[in-house]
Structure formats: C-alpha cells, structure tokens
Design a protein around this ligand. Sequence first.
Ligand SMILES: [Zn+2]
Length: 307
Amino acid sequence: MTAVRLPPTMHVLQRGWLSSNNVVFIDGAEASVVDTGYCLHAEQTAQLVDRVRGERPLTRIINTHLHSDHAGGNARLRAQHAATIAIPPGLAPAVDAWDVETLTYAPTRQQCPRFTYDALLGAGDAATLGGLQWEVLAAPGHDPHMVVLFNHDERLLISADALWENGFGAIFPEIEGESGFDEQRAVLELIARRAPRVVIPGHGAPFTDVDRALERAFARLDALAASAERNARHVLKVLAKFWLMQVRETSRAASRSHFEGARYFQVIHRRYFADWPMAAMIDRAFDELASAGAAAVEGERIRDRDG
Ligand SMILES: [Zn+2]
C-alpha cells in the first residue's frame, strides 16, 4: 500500500470494522475529531485521540452519521473534554428524545451510550477543520441523514460509509421499502463529479485510486438494486458480522435469541423470507458468513474470522 499524502493538520486513526475511523484535526491550539467509533472501543478511541492532540483540548466532535460505530465514543469523549458535538440535522429530534428505534440502535441490536448535541451540520454548510475549508454534502443511501465532507483545495473527501475502497455501507432504507438505491447512486455520481484525489473512508485505509473504487461501487450497487432480496440478505450478514466482531464467539442458540427480537430481522423476515422459520433465516446469515470466510461454524459454535 502506498502512503497517502494528507495535510499535516489531519490525522486519520484507522480502526477496524467494528469502530469507524476517526479523523483528528489540529487547529492551532485546539483539536477536533470526525466520528468516534463503537462504544466497546471508546477507551481506546480516547487514548488514540489523546496521542494526536497532545496538550491541545478536544473542542469539537463531528458525526457524519449516528450509526453506533460512528457515534459510540461521543459520550466518552465529551465526558473527558467538554467538546461540542455537531450532528447531521435529520436525527436531531431522535437524539433529543433518545429514540433508539429511529437512531437504529434497537433494530440492529447495537449499543450507543446516550449523548446530546450542540450544533447541526447539514448539506450546504461549511466547516473549517485543520485550517481547511470543508463543504458538507448530503449522502443518503446507507443512512438517509448521513453527510460527507469535501475539501476543494486538496480534493479530499471524508466519505463515511458512502464510499469505501471496496464497496459502501449496507443500504438499510430499502429493507423497509424506503428508497436507498437511487440516493446511493446519486451520491456516487456526486463524488465522481467532485473527483477527489484522496478518499478517507469510514472504514479501511485512505485511498487514491478513486476511479476504481467508484467503478466497484457502481457495480455493487447495480447488483444489489437488481434484487431487493439480495440486499436484504446482505443486511442480515452485515448485522450478524457486526455482532460476531463484538462477542468473538457465540452459539446458534445465542445468536437466534439475540436477533429474533431485532426489528430489522423481523422486517426482513416478514418481507422476504416469511416462508422460513425466523431461526433458519438467522442461521443462514451466519452460514453465509462462514462461506465467505468471515465466520467459522462448527456444530453449535460460531466464531468470528477475518473475512
Ligand atoms: Zn453507517
């Protein structure tokens, strides 16, 4: 992998798949961070941020979206730093009410410690981070309320889950019959028009071969959009894998009881696989992970594996 050149005021803390990357910016005597990872890693996130900021206080936390793996460290960082939190506007009422259904923590069976916000950062807004000007772009598809950040001078894109080197975040709205594929396509087209030199994704290393990544993303989107059922199966696998990364090892019985009450599983079951027992649908998600090399299934035991 060739090292990607970034401005010296910008530090990408590359995490895994359970926690999103964190982008730390140095603005003179202050520091800011974009996205805070999953709650299970909040301590580690705080330490990594400390290492980059040194003596500078962390004054701003910005979230591209509020999925648990992007906002799970908000509460921990805020407790330490009294930093302001800026979120995309769409979910502000849900955060006020801490509506874990709308915030997706309940339907995915993921966790996110409660936090509040101080500011909204939406499409059309501008942000100064690391001495650079960032344009805030709406990036619905994966999450209707997600934003991404683009810097014109250096042509840098903080793409969250809209574009990874190999794919993008699951298109959740479609499983409930809401539109997501068209929005994701428009986001990819918007990214292509901005022609970033470097993409800093929500997961994985920053990359420069953006054309190839876009090509792969369009192809992947075509395949998912061609079959709503395929998309639904993909969502099940994503949720199963996320949980497996958390617990490392589990059993068939535990995985069934973990997910049978999850609304996303219930919706997918009702809409696509009503002929199957719910337990069989859950089992199959793990079996498909195993076929892809992302889990090991031996009898009743299920273990996490790097896919
Ligand atoms: Zn996400």
